[in-house]
Design a protein around this ligand. Sequence first.
Ligand code: AMP
Length: 217
Amino acid sequence: MRLVFLGPPGVGKGTQARRLSQEYNWPQIATGDILREAVAQETPLGVRAKEYMDRGDLVPDEIVVGIVKERLAEPDAQEGFILDGFPRTVNQAQELEAELSSFGSGIDAVVFFKVSEKEIIRRLTGRRICKTCGALYHIIYNPPAVEGKCDQCGGELFQRSDDSEDTVRRRMEVYLAQTAPLISYYRSRGILWEVNGEQNPDQVYRQLKEVLGLNND
Ligand code: AMP
């Protein structure tokens, strides 16, 4: 299946994409993760992207679209994929459509994860991530057994620099102005499915599989 996960930052797209990817073996293609990796490696692309990311703004389309096109050409993405955090503008969506149609394919479904703004701020500012394996935690909703340490691999947990309250507010503004129009864009194409992201992660996962017609045994 070729899927797009859409929704505001902190809605749980990454958590759900990770889980679905592990169950079905479709690669999770998270542009935010790819960009953070480039920033950490200090590649020329990472150096350019960093200033936008630090402000909570979107990285220019030409950078992100190039990254996604390269990733979609990898062998593991030929049977399906989960795009997590891309597209984020109508222009990116059009570029994606053009790229896929040149291979004779297209997006099968877009899942829109819906959560209130208040809940998003609470989730993002409490979010912690394992430096080693990428596992996600929350200091109140999903704390690790030992503070600051990953339950799965013992790695050190860190807070993303753009998860501070001011940057989170900016990311929300950017989402509403530039990404939210994709909801009607995909709805009008008849491929948009909505999932209530306020439920607990297991319930969200159940509903996700239901809307995608995947069995829930
Ligand atoms: P995320 O991890 O998805 O919240 O992304 C973190 C940051 O990476 C965003 O705030 C943007 O600066 C940048 N980013 C990720 N995906 C995209 C995209 N599709 N288009 C533009 N910028 C992006």
